[in-house]
Design a protein. Sequence first.
Length: 107
Amino acid sequence: MANVRAVEGLAALGDPTRRTIFERLAERPRPVGELARELPVSRPAVSQHLKVLKDAGLVVDRAAGTRRVYRVDPAGLAGLRDYLDGFWNRALSAYKEAAERPTKESA
């Protein structure tokens, strides 16, 4: 199930606007209005992008008076990193196996 969640996270970050929003939230938590002022999209569009990021498990929100403040969800980010690390670990293992395999000249 973690792989499904990671794939959802990658898909969510495939959109340049969502990736920009995510990167801004990685700097610090922000309300929707602040994000909308910093981007060339409307406030409702930012809210829709945040919903996709939230559904993918990459961000969480909390109420702060009459507004919602969003931040990166460390658990979602860790799941995404674990997923990507799996590729790296498999690549290193394959490289090690190939490097240790006898060549035709040495056989």
